[in-house]
Design a protein around this ligand. Structure first.
Ligand code: MN
Length: 235
């Protein structure tokens, strides 16, 4: 049986002028039965159209901050490094995936990008713009949970996991501010921050603020999230 092919957006290290990948994204997908492929970093629309023909689903990975211009803001001093080439590439990939109703899972930057690309806004820097008792920037080991999230009753994530709360890892200084039209919340941190969203109009467009790529080995919930993408991509 052919494995569903999941395109994984490459990570960009500007300092080293390198593209790279955290093995957990690929291993988590492989363990769930997918054939993951790291995509080239390109904004060439025709190339991305051709690439999408061979992909059954997309994984929008973590990475640099989304350019505030995408949601109509000027960057604050606390905004981190951005990556316009990833923003550009992911805008095309997302547009194509939505048009073709192909499954998409966003992780960390992925939930932020999804929300911004669909017309929502982001906190450019949580500590200064949305102070909380809860720290969203953990120290290693990253496979350990550091805060809770509440799963929205009736949401697909609550249905998948069969529980109302989940302990998750956390490594982000930005977050969803105003939710984009078309998205629904499926998980909130205990401080109220949106940490999981989905798109009811589509077969499978999900995104989480936490990092299943770090926790899939020791957390069943993380494995199930990867498996949900792969299962959707297999149909
Ligand atoms: Mn968090």
């Amino acid at each position: 049986m052919k494995k569903p092919v999941i395109g994984v957006v490459p990570l960009v290290d500007k300092e080293r002028e390198s593209l790279w990948m955290l093995p957990g994204y690929l291993e988590g997908l492989e363990a769930a039965g997918a054939l993951p492929v790291i995509l080239p970093l390109t904004e060439d629309r025709q190339a991305l159209v051709q690439l999408m023909e061979g992909l059954d689903g997309l994984l929008l990975t973590g990475g640099q901050d989304v350019a505030p211009a995408l949601y109509g803001e000027e960057p604050l001093p606390q905004c981190g490094e951005t990556c316009p080439r990833r923003d550009g590439m992911e805008q095309v990939l997302l547009e194509l995936a939505l048009a073709q109703d192909k499954p998409v899972l966003g992780i960390c930057r992925g939930i932020q990008f999804l929300n911004a690309a669909l017309g929502g806004t982001l906190y450019q820097d949580l500590p200064t713009q949305r102070p909380s008792d809860l720290s969203h920037v953990m120290t290693p080991p990253y496979d350990q949970p550091v805060h809770g999230v509440e799963l929205v009753p009736g949401s697909p994530l609550e249905e998948l996991l069969g529980c109302r709360t989940l302990e998750v890892n956390s490594y982000h200084h930005q977050g969803v501010k105003e939710l984009a039209p078309g998205l629904e919340v499926m998980a909130r941190a205990t401080d109220g921050l949106t940490e999981g969203v989905w798109m009811p109009e589509k077969r499978f467009v999900w995104a989480v603020q936490w990092h299943p790529e770090f926790s899939w080995k020791n957390q069943e919930a993380s494995r199930r999230i990867f498996a949900a993408l792969v299962q959707a991509a297999a149909h």
